[in-house]
Design a protein around this ligand. Structure first.
Ligand code: MN
Length: 292
């Protein structure tokens, strides 16, 4: 369990960083899946801080190779400032929204050295030069490590790549592979999940990040698409229900987790909100819900 008894929920209804529309409705889907009520039932005091302001895609024109950069930067900066203003002892949960918002969440919770556990089918480690699509939701982890467009790195560089761990990866672009190796990021692909199992991976990660406050950034596309069809960029061969919960349960037991993102839920592509419900269940496991 995190050593905190209050949770603050904040939404970022943004899909400007994604290639497909719809994750802007993710915060509503996660609230509708009873996130706040279930956290209260676990014993937390819960406050909903509402949503960060994000412009509508229809009112903007995209630019190639770092689409909507200034609009995303502005929304992520607002998130960062709102998280910085939270009192200590409050556990923030950020509801997305596409994954570019995590530039704001991680830099907003950083109070010195910290560990980042990025649970995702993708590396999110592109730069404008390496990105095949130009979509910024493929770049936030690189930006947080200080790589990428200077307008983003100057605002959001917040972590040492040695304190970053990726889990569940199964789709990397060629430039990302090279950058991840060069920067020394610990990457547990699905190959390692299959070979080692989630329990051993979680224990290795906690040993590597021992004593650090931890941020978990959970992308719905890490789950197998049969469990979580409501994502914009599904990749076959993802985490099972129990693998995902076990990972959250072991991280919870460390007592080090201080903040969480739930991102990339796309209600347009979902089936009766089951992807949002799955993500709410995982958040509860990370915040200490146990089977017994
Ligand atoms: Mn992602």
């Amino acid at each position: 369990m995190p050593p905190m008894d209050r949770v603050a929920v904040i939404g970022v209804p943004m899909d400007l960083g994604a290639g497909r529309r719809g994750v802007d409705m993710g915060p509503s889907a996660l609230r509708y899946a009873r996130l706040l009520e279930e956290l209260e039932a676990l014993g937390y005091g819960v406050e909903d801080l509402g949503d960060v302001r994000v412009p509508l895609a229809e009112t903007l024109r995209a630019r190639r190779h770092a689409s909507y950069l200034e609009e995303i930067r502005q929304a992520a900066l607002e998130l960062k400032e709102r998280l910085k203003a939270l009192p200590e002892g409050v556990f923030p949960i950020v509801l997305g929204g596409d994954h570019s918002l995590s530039m704001g969440s991680v830099s907003g919770v950083a109070r010195g050295r910290m560990g980042v556990i990025w649970v995702d089918a993708h590396g999110d480690f592109n730069t404008p030069e390496t990105s095949p699509s130009g979509n910024i939701h493929g770049m936030p982890l690189a930006v947080l490590c200080g790589l990428g467009h200077p307008r983003l790195t100057e605002a959001f560089h917040a972590v040492d790549p040695k304190d970053v761990v990726l889990i569940g990866v199964r789709s990397l672009d060629p430039g990302e592979k090279r950058l991840l190796r060069e920067m020394g990021v610990a990457v547990y692909t699905m190959h390692e999940v299959d070979r080692l199992g989630v329990a051993r991976i979680a224990e290795e990660v906690l040993a590597r990040l021992e004593g650090l406050p931890l941020h978990v950034s959970l992308d719905a596309d890490v789950l197998d698409p049969t469990l979580a069809p409501g994502v914009g960029t599904p990749v076959p061969g993802g985490l099972t229900y129990r693998e995902a919960h076990l990972l959250m349960e072991i991280l919870a037991q460390s007592g080090q987790v201080r903040s969480l993102d739930l991102v990339e839920v796309n209600p347009i592509l979902d089936e009766r909100n089951r992807t949002a419900e799955m993500m709410v269940g995982l958040a509860l496991s990370l915040l200490g819900k146990r089977i017994l």
